[in-house]
Design a protein around this ligand. Structure first.
Ligand code: TPP
Ligand code: MG
Length: 226
C-alpha cells in the first residue's frame, strides 16, 4: 500500500487528484473530525456531490486531539475544551448524516467498540463504486477523555461507547441520546464521477467544444498546431 501524508484539511483534494490520475487504484482517506468537517469541509462537500469512488474513514474523536484539545465541529454541546471553556454552545455536526445529505452513496457509522462490524463496513466501502464514508466514533483518552467522556480511562470509554450506541434497523424505534450505528445508506443507483467523465470524454473524443451561441470563437483563445 502506498501512503501519502497531505496538508491538514486537504486530504480529499489530494485523494481526488490521485483517483483522477489513476482511476484503477483504490484510494482511501483517513481523516479526523477537525480535518474532514472543519478545515476540509469544502472538499468533503464536493467529493460527496461528485460521488467520486473514494473511501473515507472519518475518525471522529469529537476534538482537535493532536493540537491539544480544541473544540471541533463535532464536539458535543456543553463539552468543556481549551477553546470552549464554558462549554460548547452549538450543536455537534454529525459526520455520517452530513455526508449522506451531501450525496455520499455508502455511509456507515460504528464506534471503536464495534471492530467486526467496522471491518465489514470498510470492506463494503472499498468495494462500493462511488463515494463511501465510514465514521468511527472514537476516543482520544487524553483530550476528549476529559472533555467529552468525563474520564481518561480507555476501558471506561470503550464500555461507554458500547452501552451508549445502538445498531439502526429501518423502521425501528430509535432511542434518544445514543450513538446511531450501522449502514445508513448503500445506494448503487447514482452514477460515479469518473465513469461519467470517461463517458463524456468518449462521446466527444474527436470533437471540439461547442462554439458559443453567437458562433464566434471567444476572444483570447488560440489554436494548437497538431
Ligand atoms: C493548514 C493547517 N492548519 C492547522 C494545522 C494545525 N492542526 C494540526 S492537527 C489539527 C487538528 C486535528 O484534528 P482532527 O482532524 O480532529 O484530528 P485528531 O488530532 O483529533 O485525530 C490542527 C488544527 C495544520 N497542521 N495545518
Ligand atoms: Mg479529532
Amino acid at each position: 500500500m502506498d501512503v501519502m501524508h497531505t496538508t491538514h484539511g486537504r486530504a480529499l483534494a489530494f485523494a481526488q487528484g490521485l483517483k483522477l490520475a489513476q482511476p484503477d487504484k483504490k484510494v482511501l482517506v483517513f481523516t479526523g473530525d477537525g480535518d474532514c468537517l472543519a478545515i476540509g469541509g469544502n472538499h468533503l462537500l464536493h467529493a460527496c456531490k461528485r460521488n467520486i469512488d473514494i473511501t473515507v474513514i472519518l475518525v471522529n474523536n469529537h476534538i482537535y486531539g493532536m493540537t491539544g484539545g480544541q473544540k471541533s465541529p463535532a464536539t458535543p454541546e456543553n463539552a468543556v475544551t481549551k477553546t470552549s471553556p464554558w462549554g460548547a454552545y452549538d450543536e455537534p455536526m454529525l459526520g455520517a448524516e452530513t455526508a449522506m445529505a451531501l450525496g455520499a452513496t455508502y455511509v456507515a457509522r460504528w464506534t471503536t467498540a464495534h471492530p467486526v462490524q467496522l471491518q465489514k463496513s470498510i470492506e463494503a466501502g472499498i468495494k462500493h463504486k462511488g463515494f463511501s464514508l465510514i465514521e468511527v466514533i472514537s476516543q482520544c483518552p487524553t483530550q476528549s477523555g476529559k472533555s467529552v467522556y468525563g474520564s481518561k480511562d480507555p476501558a471506561f470509554i470503550m464500555s461507554y461507547l458500547k452501552e451508549n450506541s445502538y445498531v439502526y434497523k429501518e423502521g425501528m424505534d430509535e432511542p434518544q441520546g445514543k450513538i446511531k450505528c450501522g449502514v445508513l445508506i448503500h445506494d448503487n443507483d447514482r452514477p460515479e464521477y469518473i465513469e461519467r467523465m470517461e463517458a463524456t470524454m468518449e462521446q466527444f473524443r474527436n470533437t471540439r467544444p461547442a462554439k458559443p451561441k453567437n458562433n464566434k470563437e471567444p476572444e483570447n483563445t488560440w489554436s494548437v498546431e497538431q
